[in-house]
Design a binder for this molecule. Sequence first.
Ligand SMILES: [Fe+2]
Length: 358
Amino acid sequence: MTEPRYLIDPYREWAEGEGIPVVRGFGVDLLEVDVRPWARIGASGALVHLDGRGDFADIHVIEIPPGGETAPQRHLYEEVIYVLDGNGSTVVETPGGERRGFEWRTSSLIAIPLNARYQHFNGSGRRSARLASVTDLPLVLNVFRNEAFVFENPTVFPERFGAEQHYRGDGTFIPTRPGRHMWETNFVPDLRTFELREWSARGAGGSNIMFVLADGTMHAHISEMPVGTYKKGHRHGPDFHVFAVTGEGYSLYWYEAERELRRFDWKHGGVFAPADRLYHQHFNVSPEPARYLAIAFGSLRYPTVADKLATWMGMDVSVKEGGRQIEYEDEDPRIREIYEGELRKRGIPSRMHEVVPA
Ligand SMILES: [Fe+2]
C-alpha cells in the first residue's frame, strides 16, 4: 500500500527546496531581510510570506552584488518589481527577439510581461542592488504542479508586451473617475515623484493612481497622504502587499468587534499585508507627504476574483451603504486621539480638522 497523498502544497515544497530564507510576519523591513545565494536567480535572495498574503501571492527579494547581474529568467507567472535600493538596468526580450532595456533606481516600479525572457544588471560597481517583487507563483505552481511548465515554457504572449514607450518610463493615462484613473505602462522610473490624481472620497486630500502593468492580472496602485493627515479605515480580502515609498507612518489594524488596535510602523523598506476582512488604516506622521505602493492579485482591468471586483467598486463607499470604508465621523474616537498625540510628539500640526470636525 502506498501512503495516501493529501494536504499537499506544491508551492510550499518548491519554496522550501530553493535553499533560501523564507521570512514570515504581519510586516517586515525588506532592507533587513537576510538573503542567501539563490542558484535559480544567479544572485542572492529570500522569499517573504506575509500573514495576509492570501492564497495566490508571495514576495521575492533579490540582491545583485556590485557589478553583478542575474541569470536570464523566464516564467509563466506575473511579477511586479519594486526597487528597494540601488540602481541598474533590465533587458526584456520581445517574442520577435527585440531587446527593450531601461534603467532603474530606488523606488522604480517594473512589470515583467508574462513569460518574457529578461535579465537584471546592477549599475554600480560598489553597491549592491536590492529588488522586491510580488508574484502569483503560488497560484500557478499549485494549479499546474510542474516546474518545467512554469520555468521552461516556450509559449509567447505577444499581446502582453505593450508599447515600446512603456519601457522608457512613459505610459498611457486612461481617465475613468476619481480613485480609478489608470496609468498603463511597464516601467515607472520613480514612484516618489510620479504624478497622482486627487481622490477625496478615500480621505483627507489624498491622491492615487491605479496601474495597468503589462496588461496583467497582478495589480498595483500608489496613494499619497498629505502632511498632517490620515486615510479612512477600510477592509477587503487578502493579498494587498503594501510597500512604504516616501515619508514615515504607521497603520492600525483590528478585526470587527475587537477592542485592541494593533500597529505596524513603516518607512521605505517596510511592507505589510492586511489579512482577509481585517480593518486597517494608514497614518502619515512625517513632515513630508507619505506614499505607499500596494501590489495584489486581481487588477482593476482584470479583477479575476469576486473580492477584488467588490473592492474596486466599494473601496470608497461607507460600510453603512454596503461598501468597505469607515467614514471619519463613524470611526473609533481613539484613532484620532492616537494620531494627534503622535503628531504633537513630532511638532507637526494636524490638518484633520480641515477635513472633518472634531
Ligand atoms: Fe487596504
